[in-house]
Write a protein that binds this ligand. Structure first.
Ligand code: ADP
Ligand code: MG
Length: 245
């Protein structure tokens, strides 16, 4: 028997008013798996990610993360969210705090660590994203790629069980994308469970265990990157892949 998935989302529906944005999505992510989520703009990828940590409230369905029922009103949602790291297109760093300060703040606020402990952990997290030597830099003194790596450090410092990435490199100049993807690959090699929404198909080929193609609020097709890219089974997938490559 395979172990229980870290992420187990079933029959997820999401309505925004009259818009039916997710129409019954099932997504299971195994421990240490990297699932790569693709699909046309507006297909519901961001909404699905946000339903996993309840930044959006699903209209129907169930979401379990690391055995915790995310939709149960008795669940301490702030505590449950500590298991789920999220990285967005925009880095959302505090401009008046250094890289170290930004990462340490999360540890102090979320885990209640004393300043010295938080800073030691923050420094270790910055090392993992190869920014130990930029710890005392302010966001404005860092490139976009470095800022995004600080945002990744802020998330991994909290030792999440799964990391969600929503277009982490979409706001970056092309020459800065590689450094962020390299850090994500290292995370994966260290055994992090990851769900990644991205247009970086080269990264999917190299690092994804599974590609999930969404359209119109439904999962159309899922499979290993080699199969989805070379031999998509559905016309909709074929059309999307021929556009982006
Ligand atoms: P994707 O990430 O695949 O581009 P999204 O999940 O962002 O798609 O959006 C799916 C659909 O839901 C789009 O039509 C979008 O306009 C709509 N949508 C997303 N968030 C909201 C919201 N907060 N209120 C109303 N509509 C929304
Ligand atoms: Mg999106």
């Amino acid at each position: 028997m395979s172990p229980a998935p870290i992420v187990d989302a079933r029959a997820i529906h999401k309505h925004f008013g009259h818009l039916h944005v997710l129409r019954g999505v099932d997504l299971q992510v195994a421990e240490k798996e990297l699932v790569f989520l693709i699909g046309p703009s507006g297909s519901g990828k961001s909404t699905l990610l946000r339903c996993l940590n309840r930044l959006e409230e699903p209209s129907a369905g169930s979401v379990t993360v690391d055995g915790i029922d995310m939709l149960d009103p008795r669940t301490d949602i702030n505590k449950a969210r500590q298991r789920i790291g999220m990285v967005f297109q925009s880095f959302n760093l505090y401009p008046h705090m250094t890289a170290l300060g930004n990462v340490a703040l999360a540890l102090r606020k979320v885990q209640g660590l004393p300043r010295a402990d938080a800073e030691a952990k923050a420094q270790a997290a910055l090392e993992r994203v190869h920014l130990a030597d930029r710890a005392d830099h302010y966001p404005a003194q860092l490139s976009g790629g470095q800022q995004q790596r600080v945002a990744i450090a802020r998330a991994i410092a909290l030792e999440p069980r799964v990391m969600l990435f929503d277009e982490p490199t979409s706001a970056l100049d092309p020459e800065l994308v590689g450094g962020v993807l390299a850090v994500m690959r290292e995370l994966r090699e260290d055994g992090m469970t990851m769900v990644v929404v991205s247009h970086e198909m080269g990264f999917a080929r190299a690092a994804a265990d599974r590609v999930v193609f969404m359209a119109d609020g439904l999962i159309v097709e899922t499979g290993p990157p080699g199969e989805i890219f070379a031999n998509p089974q559905h016309e909709r997938t074929r059309a999307f892949i021929s556009q982006i490559e």
